[in-house]
Design a protein around this ligand. Structure first.
Ligand code: ARG
Length: 462
């Protein structure tokens, strides 16, 4: 049996339940590749600083590479007795290459080791999430560019407010995801700092070169303070907050897809391949994908709260509490990647029911503001215009007539200012064309916004 790394000062063995209770190997095995990457950089640094010989360093590196291959070929047995991924690998190293394996842990601690592993992991995953996010953004831009003049009702309070284009609506979501991506890039910067060499908390008495190992690992900076390096998990919390905001956006968007695919709205149809049926009601086609994304939002918010709470009472420096950072983080990464993947793939399968959207826009007096604006342009004060149009709408409700369906004589009952040219502004097309300024819903503005969006995405890559 492989022995534990810290039994020296103990006279009794660990209680079997405590052993299982304190172990993290079940979940931190996910970190194996980063743990090995960190250890190889550490071994090279020890060699560079003449703390290990070239031969020792080589033996350690080759041993670690063999272990990595074993893990990847599912030939590695993880042991709860060895608590976590760090000690599982280290014990295996000594078993594989002999006594020299015991020298790897010179000048480091599991505290800086785990902080390094998680940063390497998160750095990689942030890039993966960014790629997924980019795919979702491109899917949105594609759909938006097909609908720069598709008219739909714009809502406030979920009541028809003003006509907008579907492309414009989609571009609102694009902007939110754009900021999500910006936040992610910022989180990457702060994650990209090396804690390695902080050792347990105070640094080490060996003449190490922290900048050397940091460079090998591609870290941009080195954590300035050893206590901070091993103890804070704010880089995870920051990432987690951004993911909470991101999924909040996805959840809102999902909510719209769910509403729009209901029979009452009937604005869109999500492809069969992205929906599910009911085991009892044969007619049902349920928008499970957006519903599940909306549902997953709860656990991502929960993970943020868990991480904040985990950190809030910890005195410096490392405490075992920090072992609890991994499950929420790993789950968040997996869920967010899944949500973005399915979202990006679902978007192109959506059939947009233009006719239905158009009809719905015609039904809600969506051009009432346009009529008020018309009166203002002919000399009335806006408040008076508002009052007049309100009366016209009340008449329309009683007569079951939209403003554009009223005759000129009917409209003139409310104000003599109204002339024949009013019908230009009362049509849905006239209404959207009129909002022709930067950020407005006019089709040419939406087209320009989409063009700029493609350019902005291009800059992200550079
Ligand atoms: N499994 C531990 C964690 O995730 C590794 C660090 C353990 N350090 C210690 N001093 N017990 O935080």
């Amino acid at each position: 049996m492989q022995s534990k790394a810290w039994t020296g000062r103990f006279t009794q063995p660990t209680d079997a339940f405590v052993e299982a209770f304190t172990a993290s190997i079940e979940f931190d095995q996910q970190l194996y590749a980063y743990d090995i990457q960190g250890s190889i950089a550490h071994a090279k640094m020890l060699r560079h600083c003449q703390i290990l010989t070239e031969q020792e360093s080589q033996q350690i590196i080759q041993g670690l590479q063999r272990i990595q291959a074993q893990i990847e070929q599912q030939q590695f047995d993880y042991s709860i007795r060895l608590e976590d991924i760090h000690m599982n690998i280290e014990a295996k190293l000594t078993q594989t290459i002999g006594e020299v394996g015991k020298k790897l842990h010179t000048g480091r601690s599991r505290n800086d080791q785990v902080a390094t592993d998680v940063r390497l992991y998160l750095r990689h995953e942030i890039k993966m999430i960014e790629q997924q996010l980019a795919k979702t953004q491109f899917a949105l831009l594609q759909l938006a560019s097909e609908h720069t003049d598709t008219i739909m009702p714009g809502f406030t309070h979920l009541q028809v407010a003003q006509p907008i284009t579907f492309g414009h609506h989609l571009m609102a979501w694009f902007e939110m995801l754009y900021r999500d991506r910006q936040r992610l890039t910022e989180a990457y910067q702060r994650c990209n700092t090396s804690p390695l060499g902080a050792a347990a908390l105070a640094g080490t008495s060996f003449a190490i070169d922290r900048h050397y190992s940091a460079k090998l690992l591609g870290f941009k900076n080195v954590c300035e303070n050893s206590l901070d390096a091993v103890s804070d998990r704010d880089f995870i919390i920051e990432f987690q907050s951004h993911m909470a905001i991101l999924i909040m956006h996805l959840s809102r968007f999902s909510e719209e897809l769910i509403i729009w695919s209901s029979a009452q709205f009937d604005f869109i149809d999500i492809a069969d391949s992205f929906t599910t049926g009911s085991s009892i009601m044969p007619q049902k086609k349920n928008p499970d994908v957006p519903e599940l994304i909306r549902g997953k939002t709860g656990r991502i918010f929960g993970h943020l709260f868990a991480l904040l709470s985990l950190m809030k009472s910890q005195p410096l420096a490392y405490n075992k509490d920090n072992q609890e950072d991994k499950e929420p983080l790993f789950d968040t990464v997996a869920q967010i990647k899944g949500c973005l993947k399915v979202f990006a793939e679902m978007l192109p399968t959506i059939t947009v029911k233009k006719q239905r959207m158009y009809q719905a826009t015609k039904q809600g007096f969506a051009t009432a503001t346009d009529l008020a604006d018309y009166l203002v342009k002919h000399g009335l004060a806006f408040r008076d215009a508002h009052e007049i149009v309100g009366k016209a709408v009340r008449y329309g409700i009683n007569q079951n007539k939209d403003l554009a369906e009223m005759s000129l004589a009917e409209l003139q009952e409310f104000s003599e200012i109204i002339q024949k040219d009013v019908f230009k502004v009362l049509t849905l097309e006239g209404s959207i064309q009129a909002r022709d300024h930067f950020g407005g819903t006019a089709p040419n503005q939406v087209k320009a916004a989409i063009d700029r969006a493609y350019e902005r995405l291009q800059k992200f890559k550079e």
